[in-house]
Design a binder for this molecule. Sequence first.
Ligand SMILES: [Zn+2]
Length: 109
Amino acid sequence: MVTTIAETLAIKGEELEAALARISAPTGDQGGISFGKRVGEGTSMAVDRISLVAAHERLQVMLADVRRAQAKLIEGDYGKCDRCRAGIPPERLEALPWATLCVGCAGRR
Ligand SMILES: [Zn+2]
């Protein structure tokens, strides 16, 4: 079975949206639960929420990259760096099909 880049991006986008939905669902109603009652638990809950927020942000950034790569595919721009317009090496696109910047530009992001 051959999977095209468009399919790979569509699948990844769905995965990320599902993961985002899972992460954002439980955080909304945890605010009022026994914060500060027991210090140990409250602290770990706070840490959990911080790491969840960080994970959520990472997923959102990746999803934005996937959406951008999909747009580039449609525009015929796929494989070109968004910043310096240089070609993104095929090995990089193979490892990271939603890469929208070359290695040099991605490092400076
Ligand atoms: Zn670049």
